[in-house]
Write a protein that binds this ligand. Sequence first.
Ligand SMILES: Cc1cc2nc3c(=O)[nH]c(=O)nc-3n(C[C@H](O)[C@H](O)[C@H](O)COP(=O)(O)OP(=O)(O)OC[C@H]3O[C@@H](n4cnc5c(N)ncnc54)[C@H](O)[C@@H]3O)c2cc1C
Length: 364
Amino acid sequence: MSLSRPSSVVLGAGLMGRLLAWQLARAGHAVTVYEAGGADAQGSPARIAAAMLAPLAESAVTESSVVEMGRYSLQRWPELLAQLSQPVFFQQEGTLILWHRQDAGEAQRFARQLQATQEKLPALPTLQTLDAAGVSQLEPSLGNRFTQGLYLPGEGQLDNRQLLAALLHELQTLQVDLHWNSPRAPQDFQPGTTGQPDWVFDCRGLGAQAQWAQLRGIRGEVARLYAPEVTLNRPTRLIHPRYAVYIAPKQDHVFVIGATEIESNDLSPPSVRSTLELLSAAYAVHSGFAEARILEIATQCRPTLPDNLPAIRRLGARTLQVNGMYRHGFMISPALLDAVLELVREQTTTLATSLDLHMETVPT
Ligand SMILES: Cc1cc2nc3c(=O)[nH]c(=O)nc-3n(C[C@H](O)[C@H](O)[C@H](O)COP(=O)(O)OP(=O)(O)OC[C@H]3O[C@@H](n4cnc5c(N)ncnc54)[C@H](O)[C@@H]3O)c2cc1C
């Protein structure tokens, strides 16, 4: 173990690996990264994600601990992005929830779930009910199609690809030792012994399955469209009994339409059924998508633990695994990042305890 500058190895340069390697390097660690794929993150769900930061909207499908991690992270993102030298699109224009008249029953159920979350977590911005005029005011091109909606103020989104590229730039600037096309496993290292790193951080997402057998993939398919006739100012979610889609606008009329949720590690190309459902639902929200150009239809699997909650695991004293971010990686990664950094500094983390973030130690 070095007496001066601590050294760290990070496995995986998806979302968590890049964030952690960056912050460790900023904190003075000599950092080495091993990534199974290339620098463009093609092997990572982080590359195709919609990158919505929507804790209240997600409370319909997750637990309040994740909602709290999301709330914490929404405050942290602007601070983190301000430390990057390249710009990353980030906004907090809220989330719009819409439904067709025939799905009003489903929408009521959804609204009740969100109201229950708000009673539990009153610090979340207050949910607003919209009529047609309210929908028009927020999204002028949708008011003639939808007579009701919900507005979740303060929720955010960022551009995932810009973020991954900006993080790569920081790693290069900070002279992090980057190894692409170089798969590794925690057992390749004996941290804390002579000639070895002080710390190993396993951020391999689904790639960690061999050592963390409970991990599973949840397949997601997304379409990326260029739609010059469509302007939307914020992520819009459509409540629908069969396909609940979202439309996440990026800059310059690029939209991510997603996403399927299929219990599977299958990374084969998108199916016809999923593609038809995603594109039809987008068209049902805004007819301007008819003339959109399909830039990409992509598939990835979300790394997920049995309870669908994230976890930090200790494999021995100096190897930490961070995983299970499921469909919430962008929404919650700053919370996990801060908890891990606190663990490294203090050997304990009060943040993880306060956020009810699951921590466990694997006996060696
Ligand atoms: C369709 C879809 C939409 C999504 N939308 C959102 C959203 O709107 N908001 C949100 O918050 N989250 C969203 N997510 C979830 C988010 O993308 C994930 O939670 C996040 O990417 C997980 O980050 P990670 O760093 O743990 O893993 P990953 O991003 O999977 O990164 C793991 C990395 O490890 C590498 N690796 C694997 N094996 C090895 C090895 N042996 N050695 C070295 N490297 C290895 C992989 O190549 C990969 O680059 C979405 C995901 C999908 C699939």
